[in-house]
Design a protein around this ligand. Structure first.
Ligand code: APR
Length: 270
C-alpha cells in the first residue's frame, strides 16, 4: 500500500495525507522499537551538499579520486584538503529541525536507534544518543599505516598533511571509503535493529550504497511498518507503507507534534 503524501501550499494537507499521518502516528505510538536510517538528505537543510542530487558532491568531484584508498595513496594532499574543505562546511553548519525532531523521538519511543550513513555528526549535535555511524565520521582521523588514532587538533585551514607520531605514516580521515569495510560490528548491529523494529524510517537517502542500502529491505522483509521521507522516489519507495515526499526538516517536526498530541490524548502523557 503506497500512500504518497504531498503538501498543498506547504501547510495544508490533503485529507488522505492527514489520514496517512494518523496511520503512521498510531504505528509509532504502539511501537517499542523504531529504527531510523538516514542519509545525506537529512543534512541538506543544514547547508551540507548531498552526494547524488543534481548539484551534489559527486556532480562536482570524482569519488574514486577523493573517497577511496586508491585516490588517497595517489594524492594524499588533494584528499586531505578536500576533507578539510568539507570539515569547514560542517563546522559552520547547524543541526536542522529534522535532526532535532529525531532527537525528540527518543523521548517518546522506548527503543529508538538512528542508523546514519552521514559523517557530519549533526545527529549527535542535535542530541540523539543511540546512534550507529555506518560510514565513520569526518571529525576523527587515524594513521593509514598503523591505524593509530590521530588525536591532535586539525587545522582545517592548513594544507599540510599530518603524519603519524607512532610510525610516520600519513594521517587520513576516519570515514569509510568506497571499497572499504564498515567499522567492526556496526553493520551487524544496524541489521539487527532493522530486522527487529516495529517501525522503520528511511530518511534522506537514495538507497544506492551497499551494504547500507540492504537495511530498508531487511526491515520490510521482517514485517516492519516502513516510512520513507524523501522529496524524490528511490528503489525503496514502492516497498514503503508510507512515502512522504517532503523535506525531512518540514515533516519530521510535524510527526513529533502529532505524536505528542496523540500520546497526550490517549495516555495523558506530557
Ligand atoms: N529531506 C529529505 N531528503 C532529501 C532532502 C531533504 N531536505 N534533500 C535531498 N534529499 C534526498 C535526495 O532526494 C536523495 O535521494 O536525499 C537523498 C541523498 O542521496 P545521496 O546524495 O545519494 O546520499 P546518501 O544516500 O546518504 O549516500 C549514501 O553514498 O557517497 C556515499 O558514503 C556516501 O554515505 C554516503 C552514501
Amino acid at each position: 500500500m503506497i500512500i504518497t503524501l504531498h503538501t498543498l501550499c506547504g501547510v495544508f494537507y490533503t485529507k488522505s495525507a492527514m489520514e496517512s499521518y494518523n496511520i503512521l502516528i498510531e504505528h509509532l505510538a504502539a511501537a517499542c522499537d523504531v529504527a531510523i536510517f538516514t542519509g545525506a538528505g537529512i543534512s541538506a537543510e543544514s547547508g551540507i551538499a548531498t552526494f547524488r542530487d543534481p548539484d551534489g558532491l559527486w556532480s562536482k568531484f570524482n569519488p574514486t579520486e577523493l573517497a577511496s584508498m586508491k585516490g588517497f595513496l595517489r594524492n594524499p594532499d588533494r584528499v586531505w584538503q578536500w576533507y578539510n574543505y568539507r570539515r569547514a562546511i560542517i563546522a559552520d553548519a547547524q543541526p536542522n529541525a529534522g535532526h532535532y525532531a529525531l532527537a525528540d523521538f527518543e523521548k517518546y519511543i522506548p527503543n529508538c536507534t538512528v542508523i546514519t550513513q552521514n559523517v557530519d555528526r549533526l545527529h549527535q549535535r542535535a542530541g540523539t544518543k543511540n546512534i550507529l555511524e555506518l560510514h565513520g565520521n569526518i571529525i576523527e582521523n587515524h594513521c593509514v599505516i598503523c591505524n593509530s588514532p590521530y588525536i591532535q587538533d586539525i587545522d582545517i585551514q592548513s594544507k599540510e598533511l599530518p603524519f603519524c607520531s607512532n610510525c610516520g605514516g600519513n594521517i587520513r580521515p576516519s570515514v569509510v571509503w568506497f571499497g572499504e569495510n564498515l567499522p567492526d560490528g556496526i553493520y551487524e548491529k544496524a541489521e539487527y535493529s532493522a530486522g527487529h523494529c516495529d517501525v522503520f524510517f528511511s530518511i534522506g537517502t537514495s538507497v544506492e550504497v551497499y551494504p547500507a542500502a540492504y537495511l530498508p529491505f531487511t526491515a520490510k522483509n521482517r514485517g516492519a511498518f516502513c516510512v520513507e521521507i524523501n522529496p524524490t522516489s528511490t528503489s525503496f519507495t514502492p516497498y514503503a507503507n508510507i512515502a512522504i515526499q517532503e523535506k525531512s526538516g518540514d515533516c519530521l517536526p510535524r510527526i513529533v507534534e502529532l505524536l505528542q498530541q496523540y500520546l497526550k490524548r490517549e495516555y495523558n502523557a506530557e
